[in-house]
Each structure stands twice: as C-alpha cells, then as structure tokens.
Design a protein around this ligand. Sequence first.
Ligand code: PLP
Length: 492
Amino acid sequence: MLYISTRGNIEPQSSAQAISLGMVPAGGLFVPQDIPVVDWQELQGLDYHELALFIMRLFCNDLPDSALQQAVKVYGDGHFDNPNPAPLVDIDGCGLLELWHGPTAAFKDMALQVLPYLLAASIKAVGLDAEVLILTATSGDTGKAALEGFKDAPATKIVVFYPDGGVSPVQERQMITTGGSNTYVVAVSGNFDQCQTAVKRVFSSQDLREKLFNNKKVFSSANSINWGRLLPQIVYYFWAYLQAVKQGKVESGSPINVVVPTGNFGNILAAFYAKKMGLPIQKLICASNRNNVLSDFFQTGIYNSNRPFYLTSSPSMDILISSNFERFLFEMTGRDAMRINKWFKALGTEGSYQVEDPILKTCRQNMYAGWASEEDVNQTIAAFFREYGYVLDPHTAVGVKVYQDYKQQSADNSYTIIASTASPFKFAQSVLEAIQPGQGAKEDAWGSLNKLSDLTGWQIPSGLRNLQDKEAQPVRKCLPTEIENFILEQFC
Ligand SMILES: *Cc1c(COP(=O)(O)O)cnc(C)c1O
C-alpha cells in the first residue's frame, strides 16, 4: 500500500515511510492511495486482535507480519481492563462503544498502545539509523496516552506539549507522573491551537530537521496527523458493527449511524474510512462542543477559526483547527490537492477558507454535524444517570446530545453507535457537578473521584487511582515561539 499527500507535494510513499515521517515534511497529510474494500461478513467470529491484524495488514503490507502480530497483542494481554477492549453497551436503544478501557482511560489508548510497535517496525523497514524524537501537542488525552505508550521504548524520546491551564487537573497529573527515562512534558502558554500550530511548524522546519539529523535524530508524531494513529481506530468501528449484529441489535447488512464527539477529526475520520471500506454506515454524525467551528462549516461552507476560544468541560474537544479535516476534504473534492493547498494556505494566513457549494453538498451527504452547549452537556449527563444509572463523561455527553437532536430532526431510526471516548472519572469534577449540582464545586479533583465512585457505584479506573501520591516530574514552561529552541537545547 502506498500513501499520497493531501497537497500533492511528495511522491507516493510506503506505509513505513508515511508512519515514520508522521506528516509530509513540506506540509500535508498522508492518505492511502487506495482504500481496500472488505466484506465485513467474513470478519464475523474474529477476536479483537485478529480483526486488528486483518485490517492493519491491508494498509501496512510492507511491514513484516511478525511486527504486526506483536503489535496487536496489546489488546489481549492485560493492557486493557476488560477482556473485550471495546465493549458495545446498549442504553436506551443505542450502542455506546466504550473505548476507554485502556491504561489512561480515554479512547486514544486504542491506537497509542499500538503505535510504538508500528513506528519501531517502520523505522527499521526504512533502514533509518537514528533515534526517533516524538513531538506531540495535546489537548489533554493524547499526551498521557502517548507518554504511556512510548515510555522506555528503545531508541525513542517523547516530548508532550500541552496548553498551560488548558487541561483538566487529572489529565495534567496523569502526564507529569508517567516516569520513564525518555519522557518530557512541556506546558506552553496559550490554547491548544497555538500549541498544535507551533508543533506543526517545528515539523516543517527544514533547518531543525537537518540539525537533528546531524545528531542522529528524526522527528515523528503521535498525533492523529500520523497515519499510524488513525489505522488502529478503523478497527473498532468494524468491531462495533460485528457486536451490534451479534447482540441482535442490527440485522446483518443493515446500515447503522455512527456518532463521534470530535476535536481534531481523527476518530470520526477513522469511521469514514471504515465506511469507504464497505462497513454499512449510513450517516456519520460529527458532534462538537461550544467550539463549534465544524458544525458552522457544515451550515455555511465556511471554515472560520477566527472566533472566541472557549474552555469547556470537554477539553479534549476544545479545538478550532481540526487537523484531519484536511483528509476529509481531500476525499470530498475527489482528491483535488490543488484545492486543498489553496484552502489550507488561506487557513494559515487568514484563519479561514470557504468551499464551493457542490463540495459543501457532498460534505453534507456524508456527514451531519451538530454541537452541544455546556448546559446541554450537564443536562444530558444528569438525565442519563437518573434514567439508566449510566455515567457519561462530558465528551460522550456531547455526542449523545447531538445524536438526540439529529434523531428528532431526521426521524432516522437506524441503530446508532456512539463513540464513548473517555471514562467519566477522567473528568470527575464536571461529571459530579452535573449529577449533583454544588458537589463538584465542593470537591477538588481528587475528592471528586472518590465522591463520584461512592455516588454511582462505578469503580475508579486503576490508572486514575492514587495519582496525587505519585511522584511528579519537572514541567518546563515555554511560549509557543520557544518550542524550537527548547528542542535545539535539549536534543542537539
Ligand atoms: C481526543 C478526544 C476526542 C476528540 O477526538 P479527535 O480524534 O481529536 O476528534 C474526544 N473525546 C476525548 C475524550 C478525547 O480524548
């Protein structure tokens, strides 16, 4: 399988090259040259790790099979707190796909437990004799999941940049207590977009790339701009469908809808690829929080990031520049790299771009987009707990609320799967406040973990227990403009 650039600025590359580079050095994202079509019925009866192996082989046929076999073992060897790493739980006639049974209690583990193996195999396959320096911008969950995945990985260093004050106390504590001899955590002043943009700039600095190379180091990314992050995410949409059929919720072959609480557009893009691969998905539903740049785009055809940035109770979706939207538009334009160049150049200089009506129409045929306010989120969490005894995290609650709106507007009764992206304990204070107004404010981040557990009878995930007692590593603080210098000083 070869990978091409959304901006047409590199020759087709092997999967090993696409994964080890992370993104196209001149800007642009790698996408598979062809999307393989599979007959999902032939996948029935596979275990999760067998399914993962099947899908990953299709896209990485240039990597040794033994490496892929080793990679998928993570789904079955105790890294996840459930024998089924992604259970589908039926509540109120829709399926919540719980993607948070991994070590950091958010869905990013599903891919970031595997990525280190894919990356190591890719580096070996391209014959690089260099250490890999992984740079990752995080709005909270990627950081910890990446640190956990890459901690003490051979010939690898990982640096995580997060917006200072823009992540939850639990997320921050999780990151700075990772340990490991190769992990670095940096708090960057500003919001996530400024942080991510600065890190992307570092990736495209030819000068820095050369200096690192002279020190036998190469960059890569653990963000969802890296194809190796998206690929393992495709797997669980197939898994969800197979479970829904097995549970008798969906008749074999009938289409489902898929709802994804969205930030950087990686998770929903994986669902989109699953659909292109032949999985019977009817509507993809993109759910945003108050930072509703995507749902505005689907209304108007204008992507405008020049707007107030809100800190919400779903911080991992506080994003105004959704990196993977570039891949989606590439497909919506029939893979027109010229147009992508034009729009994303405008996004860089003016902070906005507008697509033509026929393209907007195609986008709408493929996807419905909506958003939920903070009040909607609180009400949804409270109502779900009251009615079903089920505890939603704020990100998942955004998805549930947008789905309820969609269902009302469309009268579409197809079985619907909602990606449940985090354990409620990861955002315990907000969840507690939603369920028992006044309580969340009374407790600090740690008290609310216990309180939420007492109140709901749900167990605190092991990765979140005793966090406050763990030893913290030093955190560097810097400005977005200082990131490049930090890397030079530390690694050259
Ligand atoms: C990262 C994250 C999201 C957003 O996912 P994208 O792939 O960036 O769209 C949603 N919910 C949670 C809990 C997350 O950690």
